[in-house]
Design a protein around this ligand. Structure first.
Ligand SMILES: *Cc1c(COP(=O)(O)O)cnc(C)c1O
Length: 233
């Protein structure tokens, strides 16, 4: 087996183990392979090991890779997720080329994605990014503004509101890692109680996968554990 294949199996085992500890079904948790900085050839290798969903942070980098992959392997189908900060002049390319966007943090961006989603494609799956650690520098909606934004997005055509995403401040212990994810879980429950049907919590990366799954994550976004250390991003 290649390194990528071995790494993917190890991450899948870690997910299965955490799910078991949490008393959850492993098939409730989707593995998103975060492929920023990773070459198209390596992405292809991961698809050959069975990986389907890939996450990218930079629009141009992602489009270049999509084009290259189409060239070298036209039959490979990939589910592309956009997970990076969104500039308004990039929304059209995102709406046209991705299946999911995890990082929506304001209404104007959602409205543009809604208008620009081609009608021949299925609705664009949307998660609202929550600034759960309330960091000044981090993107994401402050906790107090999530409910309003989520309700507004739910009415927009061309979009399918799926849930919430967060990138908490790094923390060392499992307990510290769980705290913000527990808040996310409660937030989703509160929103569902008022009639929204959020089925997704996009949370957990290489360093805090277990904590996220223990708190109900349904999509874990993993880069380093699959592809190795990056030089940027
Ligand atoms: C880079 C990135 C990840 C993956 O991080 P790793 O620590 O390499 O697993 C997940 N989510 C987002 C939003 C990222 O930018």
């Amino acid at each position: 087996m290649s390194t990528i294949h071995t790494n993917l199996r190890a991450v899948q085992q870690q997910i299965a183990h955490a799910a078991q500890l949490a008393g959850r079904m492993v098939n409730e948790i989707k593995l998103l392979a975060v492929s920023k900085t990773v070459s198209p050839e390596t992405i292809l290798e991961a698809t050959r090991a069975g990986q389907i969903a890939f996450g990218e942070n930079y629009v141009q980098e992602a489009l270049d890779k999509m084009a290259k992959l189409h060239q070298i392997s036209p039959d490979t189908t990939i589910e592309w997720h956009f997970i990076g900060p969104i500039q308004s002049n990039k929304t059209r390319l995102i709406a046209e080329n991705f299946s999911w966007v995890h990082s929506v943090d304001r209404l104007s961006i959602a409205e543009r994605l809604s208008k620009q989603r081609p009608t021949n494609l299925p609705p664009l799956n949307i998660c609202v990014q929550v600034n759960i650690s309330e960091e000044e520098t981090k993107s994401g909606v402050p906790l107090g503004q999530v409910a309003k934004l989520v309700q507004q997005i739910a009415t927009l055509p061309g979009l399918k509101l799926r849930g919430l995403m967060a990138i908490p401040e790094p923390a060392d212990t499992l307990e510290q890692q769980r705290a913000p994810y527990q808040q996310m879980k409660q937030l989703r429950e509160q929103l569902n109680e008022v009639g929204l049907a959020l089925d997704t919590l996009s949370m957990g990366m290489t360093a805090d996968l277990d904590a996220a799954i223990l708190e109900g994550s349904t999509i874990v976004r993993v880069g380093t554990a699959i592809f190795g250390k990056r030089n940027y991003g």
